[in-house]
Design a protein around this ligand. Structure first.
Ligand SMILES: Nc1ncnc2c1ncn2[C@@H]1O[C@H](COP(=O)(O)OP(=O)(O)OP(=O)(O)O)[C@@H](O)[C@H]1O
Length: 364
């Protein structure tokens, strides 16, 4: 099933699909049914109810937001454990296209233009290789006794990055350049975000009483988390600083096509790559970090304000009453939030680790 959001990106997803990918699928003998999404949550409802045995894969042609709906629709099903093993595919039709860029990168290919990225993802779709993908379970807790849980395949952001993501929506007509424009605008009014950040380092992962053992939540138990109204367990690290410029948790390599934010990440490493920038960084140094992020060299920049660490779970408690938190680029309820990674629970149409593309052969 190929779900196309006709409004994604610059509003050309359907013509991009028919112009670049459809004939590739036909030539590769990949039968597909096109579903044009009609509204927000259409895809989520559709996959929640669908007879999944009919489909070899669920592929979306949109930005990451439509895949976010599909993942959460699958995880809301009674048979979530089986449902989330349905191979998921992505064709870049948005302006960010973080997962598509990550898959392209994992395939060993060099960075390319937006249209070439679409062709590359179409080609990988025709090949049909599948891999495991991590998901993070994210709890949003303005009401700690009844937290909302959702599943994320890409990122959790607060502060500078989340603000830029939301504020740059108005520049979406320029495509991927919207993030550069948004970054420059926000740099001009750089601010400090106050809150408490804590995390479970990779080596400390110990299981606690499963949090989702209550019957109301579908999905795997979050054995590393305790309820949001309780202090974090003793083996967590509480970051001493409470003034930040940004917090970014990534489970894939790219935050957008040209933002190679977590260069050490792989599709199913079972890790959250946590990056935070402490307050006190100058505008110039922050700009330098974002410029370096295009090449993925920002972590080697020796920036004293930047901290990078690999974790299994984290908790963020923002102090300011208003603000923006994004999950996979989508704005979610603002307030305390915690997450834990579930290694490799989803399946993605993407080449496995170590895959190297064959050099093109000339047809006889
Ligand atoms: N026909 C539709 N009309 C309006 N909204 C839709 C429609 N189909 C899907 N949506 C919604 O559009 C939202 C944005 O989609 P998505 O993130 O995939 O694309 P995008 O916003 O163009 O991508 P990007 O954020 O990279 O620019 C999704 O949350 C989805 O629910």
């Amino acid at each position: 099933m190929l779900l196309v959001n006709p409004h994604s990106g610059k509003g050309q997803a359907l013509s991009l699909f028919t112009g670049h990918v459809q004939h590739m699928l036909n030539e590769a003998g990949v039968p597909h049914t096109l579903v044009i999404t009609e509204r927000q949550n259409h895809a989520r409802e559709l996959v929640r109810e669908a007879d999944l045995s009919q489909w070899g894969a669920l592929v979306i042609m949109s930005g990451d937001g439509l895949l976010f709906e599909v993942v959460n629709g699958l995880m809301e099903r009674e048979d979530w454990e089986e449902a989330i093993q349905t191979p998921l595919g992505i064709l870049p039709g948005g302006s960010g296209n973080a997962l598509a860029a990550s898959i392209h990168h994992y395939s060993g290919a060099q960075p390319v233009s937006s249209e070439e990225l679409l062709v590359s993802c179409g080609f990988l779709l025709c090949k049909g290789l599948v891999s495991r993908m991590d998901l993070a379970s994210v709890h949003l807790g303005s009401s700690p006794s009844n937290p909302t849980r959702l599943f994320s395949f890409l990122s959790l952001a607060w502060g500078f990055v989340a603000d830029v993501d939301v504020e740059s929506e108005k520049y979406r007509h320029v495509g991927a350049a919207r993030f550069t424009m948004g970054t420059l605008v926000r740099l001009a009014s750089l601010r400090v975000y106050k809150g408490r950040l804590a995390y479970l380092p990779v080596d400390e992962a110990k299981n606690w009483e499963p949090m989702s053992a209550n019957a109301t939540l579908t999905g795997p138990p979050d054995s590393l988390l305790v309820p949001l109204d309780q202090p974090v367990p003793s083996d967590w690290v509480v970051v001493p600083e409470e003034d930040f410029v940004l917090m970014l948790a990534m489970y894939q390599s790219h935050l957008a096509k040209d933002l190679y934010a977590a260069p050490n990440s792989t599709l199913d490493d079972g890790l959250i790559h946590l990056i935070y920038v402490r307050a006190g960084i100058s505008r110039t140094a922050l700009l330098r970090l974002f410029l370096a992020m295009e090449k993925g060299t920002h972590l080697a920049n020796n920036c004293p304000h930047l901290v990078y660490t690999r974790v299994r779970a984290l908790r963020l408690e923002p102090y300011s009453p208003k603000g923006v938190i994004t999950v996979d680029g989508e704005v979610v309820e603002y307030g305390p939030v915690q997450a834990q990674v579930h290694g490799g629970i989803a399946t993605l149409v993407a080449p496995p680790a170590g895959y190297r593309p064959q050099s093109p052969r000339r047809l006889p």
